[in-house]
Design a protein around this ligand. Structure first.
Ligand code: NDP
Ligand code: 8X3
Length: 252
């Protein structure tokens, strides 16, 4: 079995790589930070005796996506599981104060990048009449919160694309699942706040957020279902979070 995980240099993608390797998947790992990709490849191959191929490219770059994926040897194009995980939020501000370059980064990564990869891999899956695509959405794709505007819009798009894939790939025996997490402690907030570690840390103080491993375990469970079972979508939250705005934080 082969799994391709986009954005596997950190957070949910990295944890999913380890979990699926433990379950004996050979892996194709992608991201922009090649030093991390190489270190993760070496560690996973040593720990789990599976094969790992790394592809270093920026998912916003259509030609780079195509070059990287079509460079895969034929036997590695037989992908059983695609986890569309690479994504980010950048900035937290109202639309009138928003930065156009932040919007473009989020739209190009979370929507267009996901589409570039899915187009190529889904065609390989259609040829084999099998496969499973797991789209990492967010609770931000189910609700909208103040200052989250464009990030929420991109994750609503992921939710819509997940539903579209489920319908369009139905004739080809391809399973499709949307995973919509609430707050997960990863590098997400560090990226959102552009390296402001203090502000990123604040996000998680006073509550127990989900871990990347919680989401990886959920993904492993989803793809382990028997072939006749499709989990259409799953919303997973920390116990201390009910919605994007209803969060219980302890003050001491
Ligand atoms: P991290 O910042 O820890 O990881 C994000 C990953 O995406 C990294 O591996 C990064 O790799 C990759 N990535 C980002 N931009 C690009 C790009 N342009 N090209 C290629 N790879 C890219 O965040 P998370 O693990 O938390 O995020 C993973 C997914 O989960 C995202 O889609 C996010 O929206 C979603 N999510 C996160 C939640 C949270 O609270 N953390 C909650 C709900 C959903 P590199 O920088 O090496 O390119
Ligand atoms: C990440 C969760 O609530 O910060 O997708 O948008 S949230």
């Amino acid at each position: 079995m082969i799994a391709l995980i986009t954005g596997s240099t950190a957070g949910i993608g990295k944890a999913t790589a380890y979990k699926l390797a433990e379950n004996k998947y050979n892996l194709i790992l992608t991201g922009r930070r090649n030093d991390r990709l190489n270190a993760i490849k070496q560690d996973i191959e040593q720990k789990f005796s599976v094969k790992v191929i790394t592809l270093c490219f920026d998912i916003r770059d259509k030609a780079a996506c195509q070059n990287a994926l079509f460079s895969l040897p034929k036997e590695w194009q037989q992908i059983d599981v695609l986890v569309n995980n690479a994504g980010l939020a950048q900035g937290l501000s109202t639309i009138n104060n928003g930065l156009e370059e932040d919007w473009e980064t989020m739209i190009d990564t979370n929507i267009k990048g996901l589409l570039y990869v899915t187009k190529i891999v889904s065609n390989w899956m259609i040829e084999r009449q099998q496969g499973h695509i797991v789209n990492i959405g967010s609770i931000a794709g189910k609700e909208v919160y103040p200052n989250g505007n464009v990030y929420c819009a991109t994750k609503h798009a992921v939710d819509a694309l997940n539903k579209a894939m489920r319908i369009e790939f139905l004739p080809y025996n391809i399973r499709v699942t949307g995973v919509h997490p609430g707050m997960v402690e990863t590098e997400f907030s560090l990226v959102r706040f552009k390296g402001d570690a203090q502000r990123a840390k604040q996000t998680y103080i006073g509550l127990q957020p989900l871990t990347a491993e919680d989401i990886a375990n959920t993904i492993a469970w989803i793809v382990q279902q028997p072939p006749h079972v499709n989990i259409n979508e799953i919303v997973i939250m920390p116990t201390a979070q009910a919605t994007t705005r209803d969060i219980i934080k302890k003050t001491n």
